[in-house]
Write a protein that binds this ligand. Sequence first.
Ligand code: MSP
Length: 598
Amino acid sequence: MRTPFLFISRSFRTVRSLKQRHFVSPASALERHQRVVVRYSSTHSCNDNKNYYITTPIFYVNASPHLGHLYSAVIADCFHRYKLLQGFNSKFATGTDEHGLKIQQAADIAGKDPLTFCTDVSERFKHLFSSCNVLFTDYIRTTEHRHCEAVKHFWSVLWNKGLIYKGSYEGWYSTQDESFLTPLQVVDALDSSGREIKVSLESGHKVEWMKEENYMFRLSAFRTQLLDWLRGNPRAIQPERFHQAVLQWLQEDLPDLSVSRQRSRLQWGIPVPGDAEQTIYVWLDALVNYLTVAGYPDKHNQWWNVAHHIVGKDILKFHAIYWPSFLLGAGLPLPQTIHVHSHWTVGGKKMSKSLGNVVDPLERSQMFTTDGMRYFLLRQGVPDSDCDYTDDKVMKLLNAELADSLGGLLNRCTAPALNPAQVYPSFCPQSFPREQGGRAVVEDYHMLDAVHHLPAVVAQHYESMHVYKALEAISACVRQTNGFVQRHTPWKLDRTDSKDQRWLDTIIHVSLECLRIYGTLLQPVVPEISNKLLSRLGVQQGRRSWADVNFLPRYQGADCPSEGRALGSDSGVLFSRLESPNVDQQKTKKNKKATKLK
Ligand code: MSP
């Protein structure tokens, strides 16, 4: 016997008594969440009291952008676009980190003056991000005047509070990481010519012994406050394992931090206010970028109170220990969340110029399309652990999920053979009733249930930066919808029979509704594909926000704004299947052979 739509059967009484026009389910946590989401996003226009501020780390300009950099930027872009869809007024900052010894050295090697060198590389990052549809609202360079002023002001606040004192630092320093290390963080190694050197245990970069007079920040004074912050805000650092790692670090000694370098050693940086012999430590300089963009020192509150950072795992210590301590010292609020991501490796190894395994993101996005790269990075990238990159994985994933599954579904439901009128056809409640008796089977009700819950599931995963889980959930629903079409083989129905015709229209209507939900939810990840999909479905620009997801209103007895409307005219392929270069070569060989045989 057929089971009616599970969701309705479970909450049947509620449905009847409330006479709701919407799907109603047991008040699961997810649904409560969705209701909140929907309530808050009832308008597409930006609402002033709904601000959101997301940042990427600012990128070093000593080398060209690589895949890992694009990954950081695409995660932040996904958050930003998601918040915009929810009606937030979202600010999204990225940019370049341009001071420091390694930049100075890279400019020397390139034979350019440092600023020209920085401008060239900074433009390359900007170009990459723009090409990949990274919709930043602010692009900050630490060499800008506004930033230098913000850093000097920030320094003076810490100085005036007695948190910076003149001292001397003696210990290990890694120029590559711009980081001070304790003896326990350093190990013996051999350089390329077999000489004994010391390297950082964590990054493997060479370290040198440094002995300098410089300014120290009273980092040690903040240990308890940091612990209180983390214990009181268990979701401040996500995922959980990184939150725990920081708590663990705080169990150890927290020595004061050197926050300047002698000018004689480092000229390429911001001078310490009132002491031209010293240059401000690059990490203090760089971290303040988040405040500069927010409008510091005059008008930063509106944004600074809603700040969220995206950072790679290698720079967690700087963001979760140094930065909050500086902020506490300056009397400023701490960031709302620090979202940490892991790294992309190639052949199981860190990408590096010397290993020759650096993946060029621009080249790859030309090869696989920008949306293809975005989808791959966010679908395969797991915040908790490193992922290995191969072109083959990209091709397989994109062909399976974007070309075949999603593209195939759209193709089927909009093909003139099945949909000669090229419209969003009518839904027939008798064919697909809310209770038993129509032509729908139990799996179809399961599918409706899954798609109905999907926006809340996806929202929850987007919020917690588990984008891969959101995409997994969407992909599973796309498979279910394909199964639905396959099961009912609408191409076999008899169009001359009015009942069959109504059922055929219903199958297409339901499938297009599913596609509308997928297109809407995928916008933060693959904006171009989503746009193409929604345009093909004839969904107007103003009806693509999170508040518009309302799935299959006809099933609930409400009107469907799309019903009867013409489909969009662009019937082109949603995502073209990718061919591997090897396959291409084989094909060419075969063709040549065939030509010869002729
Ligand atoms: N300039 C500093 C950040 C200062 S923020 C105040 C910096 N720059 S970076 O260019 O080296 O790194 C920028 C971001 O790229 C970091 O989040 C880092 O984790 C990320 N990635 C660098 N290599 C990566 C991979 N191989 N994979 C993923 N992300 C990686 O650190």
